[in-house]
Design a protein around this ligand. Sequence first.
Ligand code: ADE
Length: 369
Amino acid sequence: MSARPAIRQSRNSDRAQQLLAWYDRHRRVLPWRAKRGERADPYRVWLSEIMLQQTTVAAVASYYREFLRRWPTVKKLAAVPLDDVLTVWAGLGYYARARNLHKAAKIVAEEFGGRFPDTAEELRKLPGIGAYTSGAIAAIAFDRQEVAIDANAERVLARLYAIEEPIAEVKAKLQTLGRALVPEKRAGDFAQALMDLGATICTPKRPACLNCPWMKDCGARKRAIQDLLPVKGAERERPLKRGAAFVARDATGAVLLVKRPEKGLLGGMMQPPLGPWTEDFPSAKEALLQAPFRAEWKRRAGIVRHGFTHFELEIEVYTAHIDKRPNTEGRWIEDMSAAALPTIMRKIVVHALDDGGPLFGYAKSARRR
Ligand code: ADE
């Protein structure tokens, strides 16, 4: 028989207090996090939560700092062209986020006078904000009693409650369990504490149970199955697509880039001209027909690989050095760091320039990113 509601509630309240006490000692210092006793800035919280969707803290930190340096307020961000935002976002992935970020900034600046809505329900109406992000912002920026369950929090809860069903089948249940734990006060700290616990203690592999504030209470730990949880569903195989890229350089070292269509994968981002992505690479003859203009195209040894959410991509790279720029679609770019090049396109350019040349400095710094 399950515990009576009042007992359950006090148990949850104990759990919340245990986690908050742990957080007060062990919280991570993160660039977007308000310091103890400081009020969180909703703009910073929103910006960081959008960047952190499907992206690690380590990958986000430098982008977050650069955005804030350039655009310290939502009004400043709303006032610049989308292309500027895409350029600075380049490399962070999931580019629809950058487009929605800019759309939402415009709405907040123009319709709400630069002030973010302060409830999860209203926040969720903004582009790019779903259940998780609206809960996180409402809790962290406005201390609303909301829950923010991401993959880390799901893992923590699946272990705490020893849930053995595949995680995809118990999402609603985890939301309910998580919601019941949120304390009346310090909901924002609680949300961040759950994230920190998942990131530093209740890690996917070899969780550090001895340091966990919930060790005694943890269902998985009691049964010594913490390493087996959460149960994941069968992973879908991602199809493989292949194609050719064409990196042309002129005598000054400038590289020809074209803009991708606004809609769809990597929408609005820059790339060297690419052929279609199909089951196999084009033959050398087919590749020449795909090239943006006639030149002495040479295939470089090796393949550039990149994993997207729904497929894997392999690209063969053709290069050409030309004396005179042909009349062709696209822009000749000398300073590659100022172009909105997504990671896969950056890898292609770096691979093409690997022979050393005027842009070798770029190639080296790009590889480090
Ligand atoms: N992941 C998502 N949101 C986060 C946050 N605010 N802090 C740390 N990790 C996060």
